[in-house]
Design a protein around this ligand. Structure first.
Ligand code: SF4
Length: 375
């Protein structure tokens, strides 16, 4: 099983917390898309014989693409790769781009999963983040998607935002539950260098939310979603009825994926590759048939550390036998020594030779992962 990711590096405006590679020069979109289609053909052998199980258009704002681009993407992927019949086709969308016609076009072009960037259902918080949509548009976009026939809808929330009250956070979480979406990703606000919020923090114009407040918001999230029947299948992700994100799961399970477009990453089991983070340079290099990416061969230690970080975050956990069979004796012994330290603690548990985080462990997952890292 393998995945394909397309990065659509354009947004109408820039959100105050975002450090993704994106540009507001929408006039460049046709050139970048043509280059992406060319890259797809150039890299037809990257995934080897593996069938594609998930295709994901992320960004940026993929919902800026019209029906012609969506259909072309579908046709090209199907023409070049072997794609499973029930493959997941996800499009990330901004609530303000979604109307009935667009959603109908999306369905028609074969996309069967929608990841809507709601971020919050609170109007003031949306303004603070400089999102283009308001709370009503966030709700309406989910309802319209359902009406259009989407049966696999994901939304996003951000917590730990200065000014986000307990009540406003709980209302947003409750709204997700009321909307009955299949999937939720919820992330703590991060202050990335170069963003507006980072600059305000540096200038002393805002203060980070105290840890106990963030923790309280995360606790409410977990409790409320669990009660509503969602499975907490990854530290920041929740799904109902087994609707895990296949795209993200492929990454966490170490499967191969091909990343197309500026700043997109790829992984073939042995190396990681990342494309140049500039739209004009990407287009030029692709059109001149020159190298548009950097590549790093992964050492055994890199692969061990990646396995720890990706698997411990999920309900699938770390397989002890995989560690013993895949990595050298030094790494296997190191892992065992670390594991012994945690046996009997209330942070991890072992069942059928699989190590998973307990509910308490999830709150300190970063610390535990770091502890297992081999440096
Ligand atoms: S819409 Fe998404 S990608 Fe674009 S600036 Fe906002 S958060 Fe970043």
């Amino acid at each position: 099983m393998a995945g394909i990711y397309f990065h659509i590096p354009f947004c109408k405006t820039h959100c105050h917390y975002c450090d993704f590679h994106t540009s507001c020069r929408l006039a460049d979109l046709p050139g970048v898309m043509e280059a992406e289609f060319k890259e797809l053909s150039l890299r037809k052998n990257y995934l080897g014989p593996e069938a594609v199980d998930t295709v994901y258009l992320g960004g940026g704002t993929p919902s800026l693409l019209d029906l012609e681009y969506l259909t072309k993407t579908q046709n090209l992927v199907r023409h070049i790769f072997e794609v499973n019949e029930d493959a997941e086709w996800t499009l990330e969308a901004n609530p303000d781009d979604l109307d009935q016609k667009y959603l109908f076009d999306l369905q028609k072009s074969g996309f069967n999963r929608l990841s809507i960037g709601t971020q919050s259902f609170d109007g003031e918080i949306l303004k603070y983040l400089n999102r283009r949509h308001d709370a009503q548009q966030a709700i309406r976009s989910v309802l319209l998607a359902r009406e259009a026939g989407f049966q696999n809808i994901s939304v996003d929330l951000i917590y730990g935002i200065p000014g986000l009250s307990k009540e406003a956070w709980e209302r947003s979480v409750d709204m997700v539950i009321d909307l009955d979406v299949e999937h939720l990703s919820a992330y703590h606000l991060t202050y990335h260098a170069g963003t507006v919020l980072y600059q305000r923090l540096k200038d002393g114009k805002l203060s980070e939310v105290p840890d106990e407040v963030s923790l309280g918001q995360y606790e409410y999230l977990i409790k409320a979603l669990k009660k509503a029947g969602y499975e907490h299948y990854e530290v920041s992700n929740f799904a109902k009825g087994g609707f895990y994100s296949r795209h993200n799961s492929a990454y966490w399970k170490g499967q191969k994926y091909l990343g197309i477009g500026p700043a997109a990453h790829s992984y073939d089991g042995k190396s990681r590759q990342w494309n140049i983070r500039s739209n004009p340079e990407y287009v030029q290099l692709i059109n001149r048939n020159e190298q548009f990416f950097e590549i790093e061969e992964l050492s055994e230690v890199d692969r061990y550390n990646e396995y720890i970080i990706t698997s411990l975050r999920t309900i699938w956990g770390i397989e002890v036998t995989r560690i013993e069979e895949t990595y050298n004796k030094v790494l296997a012994a190191y892992f065992k020594q670390k594991l012994d330290k945690y046996i009997g603690s209330d942070l991890v548990y072992i069942e059928n030779q699989v190590v998973r985080l307990t509910e308490k462990g999830i709150f300190v997952s970063d610390r535990i992962m770091e502890d297992f890292f081999y440096v």
